[in-house]
Every structure is written in structure tokens, then in C-alpha cells.
Design a binder for this molecule. Sequence first.
Ligand SMILES: C[S@@+](CC[C@H](N)C(=O)[O-])C[C@H]1O[C@@H](n2cnc3c(N)ncnc32)[C@H](O)[C@@H]1O
Length: 217
Amino acid sequence: MEEQDLKALSEQLMKPSGERGIEVANMMNENNIGMTVNSIENLELKGNERILEIGHGNAGHLDYLLKKAEKLQYEGIDISELMIQEAVRINKAPIANKQAVFTLYDGTTIPFEQESFDAVFTVNTIYFWSDPAAFMNEIARVLKKGGRFALTFAEASFMEQLPFTKFNFTLYNLEAVQQLVDQAGLTIEKTDLQKEHIRSKTGEMVEREFVTVVIKK
Ligand SMILES: C[S@@+](CC[C@H](N)C(=O)[O-])C[C@H]1O[C@@H](n2cnc3c(N)ncnc32)[C@H](O)[C@@H]1O
């Protein structure tokens, strides 16, 4: 891939838009489903809980999440208008049943009151947080006391091998995440390191290492 194609791919991963954005979102949902499932499993959801997902992409995984327990309430927020449209198109039934709502927001201020959620999760978005410490504080604010936050991402040592991450991505290791968690007054409860085989965004099969950090308020 040429530099300009890598840059365009990176922009789509950060904020999908246009016709290409729909394709990129389908590919993300397929390629990242192992990470998303791991994030959801680590939340250990219980009946009647209210859950926030940050940066859901096309939310092709919502049916899976809603089967984890009875009467779950899901809220999804994303910075991409296209991803909100796609998530709404793909998830008509849970929206009609009032189990799911998708909301466009500015990527900075989470549009909910304090202590709104039992569980929060996000997969492959930390690379794009513009002010990571302030954003971790926002997550802490909307979590109920005793609430859980599953933060799923691939560490810098893996991500820096991917040619498109030199554009737009900020890469993290576990030490940097520990600092973000500490300054927000939260606690890391578990670090779940995983390996899987996937086809990379540029076509080759790669072994991907990723981690879900389970954080508690
Ligand atoms: C790389 S995609 C990941 C999508 C999905 N979570 C996955 O892992 O397949 C990043 C998604 O997060 C959204 N996004 C980027 N920055 C965000 C932010 N600060 N807050 C919420 N969503 C964000 C993008 O619009 C996109 O839908």
C-alpha cells in the first residue's frame, strides 16, 4: 500500500465516513470480533444492567451482547455519524424493543449523568482519545460505584508493526494505561492478555496480541 492509502485507511479507522466507511466498518466488525467478545465476556454482565459502549463501529455484535443476560439496557456512543447510521440500520429490533440507543457525540464529553452505568466497554478506541486523562475521568464519572470498565486494545509493541498506525494513532502500553487509571481514582482488577490469528487490514495473516484491562470504580 502507498503512503496516501495507509493514511486514508487510518482516517477511516479513526472515524469511518462515506461509501468506503461502510466497507471499513464491516471489515472492522469481522476482524475485531474476538476482541469485542473478550471485552463483553470480561464485563460478566448480569440481568437489568445498563451498559455503555464507546466507539461501537457498526455494532454488529449487539445481538451477542444482549443475549448475555436478561433485560440489559445498552447505550452506544460514537463520533462518526456514519457509524451511528449503520448501527441503527443493523440493530432495528433491539432499538424498537427499547433495549438499545445510539448517540452521536463529540468524543470528549460523555452525554450522560454521573453514575449512569453498571458497565462500560470500549474496543480499539483508546488510540484516538484526544485527552486520555480527561477521558478516563469522564468514564469514571458515568460509572456507578462498584461499576466495571473493560478497556480492550492492542499494545504499542504489536500496533507499531502495522504500517497505518504511524498516522492518527497514539499507542499505549500497560504502564501508560495504569497511570491513566490511577489518576482517575479507578483500580485495575484484572489484565487479560490474549493472542489470536486474524487477517490484517492490509491482507496478510498475522498473530495479534491484545489485552482487556478490567477496571473498577
Ligand atoms: C477502530 S474503530 C473500532 C470499532 C469497534 N469498536 C471495533 O473494535 O471493531 C474506532 C471506532 O471508534 C470511533 N471513535 C474514534 N474516536 C472515538 C472517541 N473518542 N469516542 C468514541 N468513539 C470514537 C470511530 O468512529 C469508530 O467507530
